[in-house]
Design a protein around this ligand. Sequence first.
Ligand code: PLP
Length: 478
Amino acid sequence: MELIFEIGSKGRHLSLLPECDVPKVELGEKYRRTDAPHLPELSENEISRHYTKLAGRTHGVNDGFYPLGSCTMKYNPKVNEEAAALKGFNRIHPLQDPSTVKGALKVMKMAEDALCEITGMDAFTMQPSAGAHGEFTGLLLIKAYHTDRGDMARTKIIVPDSAHGTNPASAAMCGYQVVSIPSGPDGCVDLDALRAAVGPDTAGLMLTNPNTVGLFDKNILDITKIVHEAGGLCYYDGANLNAVMGIVRPGDMGFDCIHSNLHKTFSTPHGGGGPGAGPVGCKKFLARYLPGLCIEEKADGEFDLVKAPGSMGSVKAFNGNFLVVVRALTYILMMGKEGIPEASSNAVLNANYMRVKLSDDFKMAYDTTCMHEFVMDLSPLVKETGVNALDVAKGMLDYGIHPPTMYFPLIVHEALMVEPTETEPKEVLDQCIDVLHEICDIAHTDPDYLHGAPHDTVIGRPDEVEAARHPVVRYTWE
Ligand SMILES: *Cc1c(COP(=O)(O)O)cnc(C)c1O
């Protein structure tokens, strides 16, 4: 396919720009460029065709099943977009006087209240723009707390080996030393290892729950107790609250702070780099360190924007990605008190349905009831047929299904991590189950076919390391 720079022709353009509604400013000579910029010149028709063609070459939740584990690729209701398109929300400026944007402030406050209710926390900041950004912010809360108490010996964050990969990375970015502790054979945190790891140097623990093998840690109350008794704080990675929202609350399990991904659990679109939102919630005693401005609703219906007394500063401009919050709140209100736990139950049901139906052909990493996702261990298939997790994933592409997450978590070899989400009907799950059974048959009869898969997509097997390490993101004009 041609790049946008390679189509069109000099002088071609569209004349749809609105009249300029701000005063013209003449830039001084030293600010002006001396040569004309290289820009593609196309008609509207060409632009439209170009992007339609591009869209046809990608795969999104609107195209088909997308069971990408740990990513919660659920359907994003279109009503969210309608709310986010309202002029009162998207034609405002963060520097406007609060009295002129009361509706927007009310939305932020309502979203904060809803997230507090769902997670069992006392306050939230909407500033962080992604899950990992939220982790970073939450750890800064923990750091501020210890620093404030003059307890400078707490330099370590404990991270179980079943955590999301961003957890140790965020801890390291905050200047903490990461202490990894192993999971037991049941996939849960090894309590003895945790007891041995905590001490006066423990700043806190980060727990991904359900963890990356899709299990709810049955010892969760013991875990938070052990960490608290050692003087550390507990951070809950709630990027995927999809199995637990409306059913149990991290705040009730002893966690002091949390982030949640609005662009996963709360149905705002993601992929392609954002915008997202990873709001961070905390218990009252940590709220004094929250970043940005906190929204306070007064009795007369006016709002105050107040900096928390011990605020860490800002982790993002203004109030974060506000329109993402609008979408998430719309979703929460549309679902309501009954819909939220129902979504969780259906997410868990869908995952377990697929897990059980696939168990005859595929080894499950943990053969027990899972939460919103499960992990298959394809090492027996590799041994029998030479077909590995990558081959199976590539094979699925030919059936129009986005593959599960591959080779993650690292504690399972040849892992395929499947998260169907609650928004898929039984027929779609059944079709995927049939496809995986068929691929398993092909692995035994014609493994080379799968080594060469996909056979039916525009791109087959790019050099993924090269693409990640040396992406070509710039067009060089001749
Ligand atoms: C997706 C995810 C993250 C990271 O979220 P980003 O928005 O991609 O930064 C962290 N933890 C868990 C458990 C996740 O699934």
